[in-house]
Design a protein around this ligand. Structure first.
Ligand code: G1P
Length: 298
């Protein structure tokens, strides 16, 4: 049930100013968010998740060299005219849908000082409202969009919600890791906990659990106060995780173990796995692609 006293989440923020060094040379002159998974740029999967979750107000945090993201979500008169003239109505529809989808505002993060710093740059645009943050690298294939699963928890509690997933010990130091307390509420799509504390990129022996933060957050605006005073942390960057530790001491934050398959497309192997799995699920490609894979001498 939705409690009318709980402010509504309307805005989704995409930090997209990162340099994408893991994918050089592919990302030398194009943003990593625009690398295609099958036939859609990575960031479009996240944008569609936002729309399917019922939000249509997006704030993108970009930086130098990211103009193609703006162009992608904008109207392309030239392309539309050519497709129209050639009678390619199916493609015209695909191209139009992208620009019709949403309202996007763009903010520039002038220095790459970390995720926490990126989120702080949208303080004025977000205002005193709860908001979502999505890291486009994490592409999550789910029957119910993960952001929707999280909004269900937020709308019932009014508390910040972070998506978490179990990861293997050898991978844990690539993530923010949560220390949780049980929270006995069975209303949601997956187990929900209360976060007691969290650590950014701990050594495996110092990880407080095997539950890693994935790139989906719903945050109350109180996070900005903590971000303002958060010093540089892991990797010399201002970490969102460190600000969240402070917030968790003041108000409850929940961790949701979501339902869905996450692909870390910021990693080369994860990118390849996502490409294969998403292609196999496509109605127009899946059958032929499966047949092809079977012919490989693996
Ligand atoms: C960021 C966050 C980290 C989180 C991860 C999820 O790290 O800082 O807490 O676990 O995203 O993808 P990054 O991958 O940007 O280093």
């Amino acid at each position: 049930m939705i409690d009318s006293a709980i402010p509504i989440v309307r805005k989704a923020v995409f930090p997209a100013a990162g340099l994408g060094t893991r994918f050089l040379p592919a990302t030398k002159a194009q943003p990593k968010e625009m690398l295609p998974l099958v036939d859609k740029p990575i960031i479009q999967y996240g944008v569609e998740e936002v729309l399917e979750s019922g939000l249509d107000n997006i704030i993108m945090i970009t930086g130098r060299g990211k103009n193609s993201i703006e162009d992608h979500f904008d109207v392309s008169f030239e392309l539309e005219r050519i497709l129209e003239e050639k009678g390619k109505t199916d493609l015209l529809k695909v191209v139009r849908e992208i620009s019709d989808m949403l309202h996007i505002a763009y903010v520039r993060q002038k220095e790459a000082l970390g995720l926490g710093h990126a989120v702080l740059t949208v303080r004025e645009l977000v205002g005193q409202e709860p908001f979502a943050v999505l890291l486009a690298d994490d592409v999550i294939d789910a029957d119910t969009p993960v952001l929707r699963q999280m909004l269900d928890v937020y709308e019932a509690t009014g508390h910040s919600v972070i998506a978490v997933e179990q990861v293997k010990q050898e991978a844990i130091s690539s993530y923010g890791v949560v220390q949780i307390e049980p929270w006995d509420d069975k209303r949601f799509s997956g187990p929900v906990y209360r976060i007691h504390d969290m650590v950014e990129k701990p050594k495996p022996q110092h990880a407080p659990s095997d539950l890693a933060v994935v790139g989906r957050y719903i945050l109350t605006p109180a996070i900005f106060e903590f971000l303002e005073t958060t010093p540089r942390g892991a990797g010399g960057e201002i970490q969102l995780t460190d600000a969240l530790r402070g917030l968790a001491r003041r108000e409850p934050i929940h961790a949701l173990r979501f339902q869905g398959r996450r692909h870390d497309t910021g990693d080369k192997l994860g990118f390849l796995q996502a490409t294969v799995e998403l292609a196999l699920k496509r109605s127009d490609l899946g059958k032929a692609f499966r047949e092809y894979l079977k012919t490989l001498p693996l």
